[in-house]
Ligand binder design. Structure first.
Ligand code: ATP
Ligand code: ZN
Ligand code: MG
Length: 302
């Protein structure tokens, strides 16, 4: 049995994660949720004075916005669409028949107007664009959402439905890159405060296919994505628990995020992987919160 299977098994045995029979789809115990809630309060403490506008979208987004985002060009392998039965009574009969004989009953399901949210910030850009011009001083948002990615794995740090807390900044080039740097510094400070070993490294997204390799190299060469890494399932290959993304004016141009003078806004987003951070804490300090060092409990629970 490899290391990551055994960490997952220990999480199941302790009851922190609850098996569903699907890799990467888990229930969470009250203790697990207490850690996430406490860590989110720590995030509030660090970011609370910035005056971000809080918005909470549900974990599904408008399919038209999803299509316009270009997600299917970059990450078709990760997307999850919501399909429903839209047929007649006759269709229903054949559906039930199909299920009865163990045939594929899902092939006649039809796409709805909802797609599962792939990252917390995706529903934000069209929402802000609809409001009209961005103020000169830019805009800052505080988001949290369950996100879906079709990447089943035995690694407990790679789930199919997980929560992302995000801050998203819109403004000038300088404004949003300063925002990103500020959160890189805060991220290191926060993780240190709860006794976690961190490194920051340049990164890239897993763009699909051969053309995607070029996009990934370009993203790296231009330092558009950084990750804050913490050991969870391997010390040699620590896990990305935060990411810091500079989109240049790509999202601004796509969605029409403009200042009053017509110039296109730049955007950046900073994401916390909440399950990963909780898992990093359990990995570092043990599976029983009561046994965690006082120095770790204090910044989380006061
Ligand atoms: P990875 O390289 O590990 O796949 P990512 O680059 O895809 O991560 P982002 O798209 O930047 O991650 O998402 C923001 C944050 O969400 C990540 O820093 C991570 O903490 C968290 N995250 C991403 N994918 C998962 C997942 N499958 N399960 C749990 N958390 C995740
Ligand atoms: Zn984002
Ligand atoms: Mg990924």
């Amino acid at each position: 049995m490899d290391m990551q299977t055994s960490f997952l098994d220990r999480l199941f045995d302790s009851g922190l994660l609850i098996e569903t029979g699907v890799d990467g789809l888990y229930g969470r115990s009250g203790q697990f949720e207490d850690v996430i809630a406490a860590f989110e309060r720590l995030i509030d403490k660090f970011g609370g004075a910035d005056g971000a506008e809080a918005i909470r979208f549900p974990p599904g987004m408008n399919r038209a916005f999803f299509e316009k985002s270009g997600y299917m060009k970059s990450f078709p392998q990760l997307a999850g669409t919501v399909h429903s039965f839209c047929g007649s009574e006759l269709d229903h009969m054949s559906l039930l028949k199909c299920m009865e004989v163990g045939e594929d009953w899902t092939k006649d399901q039809e796409a709805t107007d909802i797609v599962l949210t792939p990252a917390a910030c995706y529903p934000l850009y069209p929402t802000v664009a609809k409001r009209g011009h961005l103020p000169e001083s830019g805009a800052l948002f505080d988001l949290q959402s369950y996100c879906f990615r079709h990447e089943p794995s035995k690694d407990p740090a790679r789930q199919q439905l997980f929560r992302m807390r995000e801050y998203v900044c819109m403004g000038t080039d300088k404004h949003v890159t300063d925002f990103r740097q500020n959160w890189m510094d805060r991220g290191v400070e926060m993780m240190k405060a709860v006794g976690l070993d961190v490194t920051i490294d340049v990164a890239n997204d897993p763009f699909f296919g051969r053309a995607g390799k070029m996009l990934a190299n370009n993203q790296r060469d231009q330092n558009l994505k950084f990750e804050l890494l913490i050991p969870i399932t391997s010390t040699a290959k620590p896990t990305a628990c935060m990411s810091f993304n500079y989109h240049q004016d790509a999202f601004g141009a796509k969605w029409g995020l403009n200042f009053e003078d017509g110039s296109v806004a730049h955007t950046a987003c900073v994401g916390f992987g909440l399950e990963r951070i909780a898992l990093a804490l359990f990995h570092a300090h043990g599976l029983d919160i009561k046994e965690w060092p006082e120095s770790v409990r204090k910044p989380l629970w006061g």
